[in-house]
Design a protein around this ligand. Structure first.
Ligand code: ZN
Length: 160
């Protein structure tokens, strides 16, 4: 069965920077599940998956503009520690979640103070040229409920 709109796809991925550093990988765990044609994943990745079938493997290189955007220089902020959703000891380089008026946002700690932290609110992968190694695991028709919700259910997808 080919990947097309309104089908549920599971796939494994390894994500590296183009310099070769592995960023994350689903291999060894559950594959990722998504509903094709509903903007659940990066647009360029969704386009590259179109028409493929279970067992297909391919590599996809993405410029920052196709992935998480360029780094912004004005993204450094001082945030009260009480606005962090991440508990426990804080250290520079750590990725934390900040409670903002637009919902939780990822940020990377630059410096830890007594009551505040200085953070970089760029996405950790902003400005990085990415290389995805993808293996399509399965393709199936979506259920009516999945189409109504606009996402995949079950392993690797949404759980309600
Ligand atoms: Zn749902």
């Amino acid at each position: 069965m080919k990947i097309e709109k309104d089908r549920v796809v599971t796939f494994h991925y390894s994500l590296r920077s183009v310099e070769g550093e592995e960023v994350e990988s689903s291999r060894g765990g559950e594959p990722v599940a998504y509903l094709h044609g509903h903007g659940n994943i990066l647009t360029a990745l969704e386009q590259a998956l179109e028409g493929r079938e279970a067992g297909d493997e391919f590599n996809l290189q993405l410029a920052p503009e196709q992935a998480y955007g360029r780094r912004r220089e004005d993204a450094r902020q001082r945030v009260p520690i009480k606005h962090l959703l991440t508990a426990g000891k804080l250290r520079p380089g750590q990725v934390v979640k900040i409670n903002t008026s637009e919902g939780p946002k990822d940020a990377t700690i630059i410096k830890v103070g007594r009551f505040n932290v200085d953070v970089d609110t760029n996405h950790p992968l902003a400005g990085v040229n990415l290389s995805f190694d993808i293996t399509v695991d399965s393709v199936r028709e979506a259920s009516g409920e999945e189409l109504a919700h606009g996402h995949a259910h079950g392993p690797g997808g949404h759980h309600h």
